[in-house]
Design a protein around this ligand. Structure first.
Ligand code: ADP
Ligand code: MG
Length: 557
């Protein structure tokens, strides 16, 4: 076991770490700390969320700041206000034994005059979001000429959020002699573009692609029709007593709506997204950390980097648009030696995405059925009864009333009493779940999965431009007697051409019989294609009325 001491850190810093319960360095710390202590070269470091990247750059920087230093020596840029607050709090904690070190956080949505005052009082480390930092530079209150270290935390996220211009401007103000340290959960194309533009011969270190926690996360998915998504969510939550987690939505609007609907249904929840004022966001985070809020509904960006260690669940109300975001989301749980569950609510047409995610995280997903109303009632009653059994009657101290009422209820026999008591206590839950339907859209799973394996994509040289549509495609195949019963899967009508999938064993027939024939006065060219058709058509070989229906399910909630 390597120790912090062996990495070259000073005793004051190490003693401070003891107070925080940091016993041994994490893998990224083991690699990054000695490098930053010894080398002046730039560094690109990647390690998953939750692996201690803040300390990996924070500790070696602090270690090199001399007693009673007055200059601003380090600037740490990060994408969100939450992250900014968290990093400055962490760094302040790391520096607890070196009280002269001053850390200032600057971010949008909070009073700039206070931030300006704090900068004017002198600071050694600034942690900021690019927009606000740029603003402060323009106002000439923030001067970066003495900077030795520039840290880009969650660098790719900053680019994705459109901070490129701010970054350009900020970096232009820092001295060439600075050491640039880039930390990110993933090394993406944008990370390399930053490296090319702002860094010199950077050393790259990367630690595994999984954090320790990821081992402890299990992945589950439910399949429902899009219109049942919210109802399914409620059932899943009702079936999970003691859930403490983050519910991820794709957009701010959806985040707000889902949180409102949950609140209406009396769940303890709040939304966290960019439109909410800083003040309120901080309060929400505090209440969430104290578990007064059990479920935080958030966008990926708002939740990025937020560190809460004992989440039991992460719920994907929608799968994220980028597969990588799934890893970040699920990495929120299973931390601090605890196990966690990452749940995804999918529509049948999203099921085929699971396969790719399984490859990325290297683990299988488990299919789960949305519980039925009576399963939920049974589970909640059962839990309640377990609690009762475990309660020590001797601990109850309002005996005088109890005796009195026990006397009164003697008339009712014990069995009836139990029934009355449970009915009374769970009336509203049982009413809610009376005669509810089965929400599982199960059948289509096998269908969607089969489609992946047994189908093949074909490209035809007809697209929207040629007035070609789904109906034409079905008609074309139906009109050829050799192609009777060929099943068509996904269809993508593009401007110039179209992609559609057919069963593998009939693909050659489709190519052979249709190639070279005429449609709308033009020769058909069909060949096999690597492109995926993303539109989920009906598999049956006949036009279907539903194709004309507008698909509105995406933004339903
Ligand atoms: P990242 O930036 O990689 O997502 P953080 O720096 O936010 O991760 O760290 C995640 C959590 O792990 C924090 O609560 C932090 O205090 C804790 N942590 C970091 N390093 C160690 C360590 N060496 N030992 C114990 N806990 C640590
Ligand atoms: Mg971090």
């Amino acid at each position: 076991m390597t120790t912090f001491k062996e990495l070259g850190l000073n005793p004051e810093i190490i003693n401070g770490l003891d107070d925080l319960g940091f016993i041994e360095p994490s893998p990224i710390q083991e690699k990054a700390i000695p490098f930053i202590l010894k080398s002046k070269k730039d560094l690109i470091a990647s390690a998953q969320t939750g692996t201690g990247k803040t300390a990996a750059f924070g500790l070696p920087i602090l270690n090199q700041i001399k007693a009673n230093e007055k200059d601003l020596l380090a600037i740490i840029l990060c994408p969100t206000r939450e992250l900014c607050i968290q990093i400055s709090r962490d760094i302040t904690k790391f520096a607890a034994r070196s009280k002269w070190i001053k850390v200032t956080a600057v971010y949008g949505g909070a009073r700039i005059d206070l931030q300006i005052r704090s900068l004017k009082n002198g600071t050694n480390i600034v942690v900021g979001t690019p927009g606000r930092v740029h603003d402060l530079i323009r106002r000439k209150v923030l001067k970066l000429q003495s900077i030795k270290w520039l840290v880009l935390d969650e660098a790719d996220e900053m680019l994705d959020m459109g901070f490129k211009d701010d970054l350009d401007a900020i970096l232009g103000q820092t001295p060439k002699t600075r050491q640039t340290l880039l930390f990110s959960a993933t090394i993406s194309k944008s990370v390399h573009s930053i490296a090319r533009q702002y860094m010199n011969e950077a050393k790259e270190i990367s630690v595994g692609d999984k954090n320790v926690g990821a081992e402890k996360v299990t992945h589950e998915y439910y399949v429902v029709n899009a219109r049942d998504r919210f109802e399914a969510l409620k059932r899943i939550l009702d079936y999970l007593p003691g859930v403490y987690g983050i519910l991820f939505c794709r957009t701010r609007i959806e985040t707000g709506k889902v949180a409102d609907m949950l609140k209406l249904a009396s769940y303890e929840t709040e939304a966290l997204h960019g439109d909410i004022s800083q003040n309120i966001r901080t309060k929400i985070m505090d209440r969430f950390k104290q578990k007064q809020i059990r479920l935080l509904v958030a966008t990926d960006v708002a939740a990025r980097g937020i560190d809460v260690s004992d989440l039991t669940h992460v719920i994907n109300y929608n799968l994220p648009d980028h597969d990588e975001a799934y890893t970040h989301r699920s990495g929120r749980t299973g931390r601090a030696q605890k196990s966690g569950v990452s749940i995804s609510i999918l529509t049948p047409r999203e099921v085929n995405k699971i396969k790719k995610l399984e490859e990325i995280i290297g683990k299988k997903f488990t299919y789960k059925k949305v519980p039925q109303g009576n399963d939920i009632c049974r589970k909640q009653i059962d839990n309640f009864l377990k609690d009762l059994e475990e309660t020590d009657i001797k601990e109850i101290n309002n005996k005088q009333y109890l005796e009195e009422f026990v006397e009164k209820l003697k008339k009712i026999n014990k069995e009836d009493l139990i029934k009355l008591f449970i009915t009374q206590k769970f009336k509203s839950l049982m009413d809610d779940y009376k005669n509810t339907r089965d929400l599982n859209a199960e059948l289509k799973i096998t269908r969607a999965r089969r489609e992946n394996d047994d189908n093949i994509n074909l490209k035809i040289n007809f697209g929207k431009k040629h007035g070609f549509n789904v109906k034409n495609l079905f008609a074309l195949i139906n009109s050829n007697k050799n192609l009777k019963g060929v099943e068509i899967g996904r269809i993508n009508i593009m401007p110039e051409y179209s992609i559609f999938s057919v069963e593998k064993r009939r693909a050659d027939a489709v190519v052979n019989y249709l190639n070279g024939t005429n449609l709308k006065g033009k020769k058909i060219i069909i060949n096999k294609s690597n492109m995926a058709a993303s539109y989920q058509g009906k598999r049956r070989n006949r036009p279907n009325r539903n194709f004309k229906r507008k698909r509105t399910d995406r933004n339903k909630y």
